[in-house]
Ligand binder design. Structure first.
Ligand code: GAP
Length: 431
């Protein structure tokens, strides 16, 4: 679809999904703010991930670790030494770029002049902790949530005595001083990750790598990503992160190209070994107990890239009543608003009163329910279509007679009459 990205960015801002960060001050590159519908969509994504990977399982332990950690963590993890991107500067206009994202190697994207030598630019945001401004006070905003898991490995083992294999999970913010943030919420400087570190015996890593690959694909399908646009890429050895021995990226065909959506990495025993952590294994096959360093499979998913991939998957246009309409065909369980409730006419108190009762009933059951009495009914449908609301419920004069309402389906535009007593069940069965 032509200009898909512009259409999505404009819809996201107009309808309250995603706004540019600090907009009234001209913005701040690489930052975005989520509005009410964006927050609702993110919550649905996170809850769905949590349900599949944490709460429905008995081998997962969720943590919520501090963003600011002891700086030794980042020395030991290899991020102080190795978490960098190649930075080049234009010899003329002095603009800076990430070398591997230049349209033409050695040439400035802005003015076409030659770029200088590449140097490694560390992407961690540094700040000071406490009142003393010397090097001992330097701390970092975490560039991945994973390390918050590793520093709690011993705590979880001591508190819960889990048997291998088991996993730890975390949802939280991560920060990267990206040289060239771009493509809306695809590459930003502050984002959210949903990460699992799954601890296994060394001999089992391939089995669990394949297992999580399948689980990730199943979840992507479940949330309604366009699976025809999802591709697996086995990352070449030369491009692997410093901690990984094997990585499969899941790429998505975004309007600006096929780019990384999620990563699945085999981190070996790199992290636990470097942090000096071990595990007492009492595998029945061996005589007694043995201290081992578990190996790690890491499914790492970005929330913001999920939101963008969902918007790209859901955006659709068709013709209704001689007009082009744009709508978001979210899977009903992911839609920020499950249903909207309206009185046919807002100046008829008997309709408004009845509609308020229906609204209250649906709101108490589903939460994600909107009251909408602005403009005529056609305008309300368009507005709800644009934010991806699967059903519009309208209270009209027949409702006053027989307690039935009109339920209009977002995708087909078709309408059916449902008794108010059956409404909750009608929606429940579909989400
Ligand atoms: N712990 C492993 C790790 O952080 P990564 O491939 O660097 O691996 C994992 O990041 C995921 O985090 C990515 O697949 C992507 O979904 C998300 N992500 C990374 N950098 C991002 C950025 N600058 N903006 C938005 N999302 C990002």
């Amino acid at each position: 679809m032509e200009n898909l990205m512009e259409k999505i960015i404009s819809l996201a801002k107009r309808r309250g999904f995603v706004y540019p960060g600090s907009d009234i001050y001209g913005g701040l590159a690489g930052t975005y703010d989520y509005g009410p519908l964006g927050v609702a969509l993110k919550n649905n994504v996170k809850e769905s991930w949590r349900k599949k990977f944490v709460s429905s399982r008995s081998d997962m332990y969720e943590v919520d670790a501090a963003i600011i950690m002891n700086p030794k963590v980042w020395e030991v993890s290899g991020h102080v030494g190795g978490f960098s991107d190649p930075l080049v500067e234009c010899t003329k206009c002095k603009r800076r770029f990430r070398e591997d994202t230049l349209k033409e190697k050695g040439k400035c994207d802005e003015c076409g002049s030659p770029t200088g030598e590449a140097r490694q630019f560390n992407m961690m945001f540094a700040t000071q902790i406490g009142a003393v401004e010397d090097s001992s006070a330097k701390v970092y905003l975490r560039p991945e949530t994973a390390q918050g898991i590793f520093v709690n490995f011993k705590n979880i083992v001591d508190s819960f005595h889990p048997k291998l294999p088991f996993g730890m999970a975390q949802i939280g913010k991560a920060f990267r001083n990206e040289i060239t943030p771009r493509d809306f919420i695809f590459r930003v400087r502050e984002f959210e990750q949903m990460e699992i570190e799954y601890f296994v015996r060394a001999a089992d890593w391939e089995k669990y790598f394949e297992y999580f690959k399948a689980e990730m694909l199943a979840w992507m399908e479940e949330i309604g990503l366009d699976m025809g646009k999802v591709h697996e890429l086995n990352v070449a050895d030369a491009d692997l992160a410093h901690y990984s021995k094997r990585t499969t990226d899941f790429e998505f065909e975004y309007p600006f190209g096929q780019k990384e959506l999620y990563g699945l990495a085999y981190r070996t025993d790199f992290d636990l070994k470097n942090h000096g952590l071990e595990y007492v294994d009492d595998l029945p096959a061996q005589a007694g107990e043995a201290k081992i360093v578990p190996h790690i499979i890491e499914p790492s998913l970005g929330v913001d890239r999920t939101i963008l991939a969902l918007l790209c998957s859901a955006y659709a246009e068709d013709e209704k009543d001689g007009e082009v309409r744009s709508y978001l065909k979210f899977a009903p369980h992911m839609a920020p608003v499950v249903c909207a409730v309206s009185p046919l006419l807002k100046n008829k108190p008997e309709l408004v009163d009845k509609a308020r009762i229906v609204y209250g009933m649906m709101k108490a059951e589903f939460g994600r329910v909107m009251w909408d009495d602005n403009g005529n009914i056609g305008k309300r449908y368009r507005r709800q279509d644009e934010i991806g609301t699967p059903w519009c419920i309208v209270v009209d004069f027949d409702t006053l007679e027989d307690d039935t309402v009109t339920v209009r389906d977002r995708d087909s535009g078709s309408q059916e009459r449902i008794h108010i007593n059956q409404l909750i069940q009608y929606v429940q069965e579909k989400i």
